[in-house]
Write a new protein. Sequence first.
Length: 479
Amino acid sequence: MSDTAERSTAASVRLPRRRFLQLLGGTAAAAALGCEVPGSAWAAPPPTTAYASWGADARREMRQAWAFYVQFAFGHDQIRPASGGFTEFFVPGHPVGLTIVEALDTLYVMGLDDELQQGVGWIEQNLPDFDIDASFQVFETNIRMVGGLLSGYHATGNGTLLDLARDLAERLLPAFTSSPTGIPYRFVNLRTGAVTGNITFPAEIGTYIAEFGDLSGLVGDRKYYDTAKAAVKATYDRRSDIDLLADNIDVESGKWKSRRATVGPPSDSFYEYLFDGFDLFGDQDLKTWYDVLTAAILEHQSDASTANLWFQNVDFRTGKPLDTRQSELASFYAGLLGQSGHAADARAYHDSWKLVHDRYPLLPEGIDYTTLAATSRGNQLRPEYVDSAFTLWLIDRNDLWRQRGLEHYQRMKQYNRVRYGYTIATDVTTTPPALGDFCPGYWWSEQMKYYYLLFANSDRFDYAHNYLSTEGNVLRGLL
Ligand code: DMJ
């Protein structure tokens, strides 16, 4: 790709951020237009070079893994790196190049420009639009595909990527607009707009504002932003008297179908995007909702009875403890707490996960935090632990976070590596762990980017003012 040419084209198609904030109107826009967008307080001291060789190492691993993906699975959603096979993520028989889309901005920040050009070329030649007569999961399609295309657009300025992001978001909209509550159905047929899946979860309701809001700003149409925010509000308005959310809800009746409040799945990124919507767009409503729910979580779900901080699952109406299980996915919450000013809790919660990391060769999918026993023995090659470490490092530049990130990276190299890349594990209670044959799409978008940015000093990333989505897509801060 002619990078310079593409970038100058991009400048002419982008709707300036200021214009989008005007479109938003009201207090939120005023706050943002006053340049009080949170995140600007992130410290930016001079980087050290102690970890630079690990940055180069992560870049080499990414390049090699990409070469294997191109050789064995190019255009398919995910490689099977042990066997050299492939698998689709959304719908069997309907590949959408998920790994390529997820990898775009990681390739960009790493300066792997030939690979980036190869990926964009595949998209240009093979994805004219998303007119696919099949049912796609709305949440995953948004965070992975819409977000990946948008961050790819921010990286390259290639208008095709933005057009595709818009085409796809349009096809997701019926999930929201055909719902009587504004809470999206879980699945939508990308061609017909037919919806299914009327029992859903907070994360699948509230993880759109970053991508939809970015798209609104880029194309000058606020409907995406408004749709995403309405779904969040519909859920927030159904909080209990003690300001907690349960984790199952009926899209059509708006009635809760469970009583469990959790910061882990299937609620996790609902909370993340409340704060992120404020971070990106200065929307004070979202910040208020975040603060109300977070105060209740800290009051009713914090459990320091083991001498470490954990977040118990509780009854959302009474606050009564339900169980002491913790998903690995919940470790993202340390980063979110840090971003939102809860520095001591952030450190304490990451310290808790460090204990688990010390106990097993790889983090298990789930534990009982009273004993640290694995309740789910697999390891889905997940990024949340290093995601938090990276986020916390951006805030205080304490080398502790780099050390934790490096340890996570070295364990992955030691235990998740197979012939053609990196794979999930099926049992981490043995050393070495038993391995599967599957590299998830998020590996390309999340941890490889976090490792690289944590260790290297990328001149394509603004370490002081940035935004990474729940899927690690950089929607602000690419240089
Ligand atoms: C990613 O797809 C996203 O981070 C999502 O929010 C939940 N976790 C997976 C990776 O584990």
